[in-house]
Design a protein around this ligand. Sequence first.
Ligand SMILES: [Zn+2]
Length: 257
Amino acid sequence: MKTRIKNLSILALVITVFGCDFVASSADSETSTNVSSVDSIVKQNPVKSILTAEEQADMSPDEIIGRLKKGNENFVSNNLTMRDHSAQRREATIGQYPKAIVLSCVDSRVPVEDVFDLGIGDIFVARVAGNIENKDIVGSMEFATAVAGSKVVIVMGHTSCGAVKHAIDNTDAASMNMNALQDLLDEIKPSMTNVETEGEKTSKNTDFTNLVITNNAKQTVEDIRKRSPKMAELEKSGKIKIVPAVYDMETGKVKFM
Ligand SMILES: [Zn+2]
C-alpha cells in the first residue's frame, strides 16, 4: 500500500513538473477545420531560404529583439509563416547563422520556435526544467554567441511552470530517490527570497508564483553573466544582449523584461 501511494505521488510530481495535460482533443478538432485554409497558404509562398552569414552580421541585437517580438505577434494572432522545410533542410547543410539562443523550460506547452514564428536555422534552443543555468547550458550559449555569431540570449520562463511551483511548495524529490530533480528545484528556490506578497507563499497564490517565475528568469540572466566572463564582456561592448522574458501560456504572448 505504501509503495502504491509513493508511486502515485511520483506520478503526480512528474505530471506537474513536466506540464503534461490532456486538453489536446479540442485543439485537434479545431485543427481539422483549418486544414484546407492552411493548405492554400502553404501553396502560396512558403519560405525556402535560411539565414545567411551576411544577414546575421547585418542585424543588431535590438533589431533581432524587434523581430522576435514581431514573430511572437504572428504566433499570438495565429498567423505563422509557412515554410518549405525540404528546401530549408537542403540549404541548411551548408552551415548555420542563427540570430539568437533561447533558454526555455522543457514544458511541452512552450513550443519555442513557433512562439517566435521561426524555423530551421533561425535560433538555438536550450531547454531545462525551470530554465535555470548550469555549466553545460552556459557552454552552449558561449558557443552560440562567441563562436556562431548569435547576438541575443533570451531566458524565457513561462506561467504555470511546474518546476517553479514544486520549488515554491518545497517538494521533497530526494525522498522519492530523485536527487537530480531535487538539485534542480533547489536552484530555483533563491528566486523566492525578497518576493513580497499579500497572500500565502505557495503555488496556489498565482500572483506570487508569477513573481517567482519572473524573478527566476532574471536570476538566470544574472547567473549567466557571472558564469561567463566572455558573454559579460560581449554584452558590455554592445555585441550581444542577454534578456529575461516570460511566456504567458494563456495568451501566447512573450513579455520581455
Ligand atoms: Zn516550466
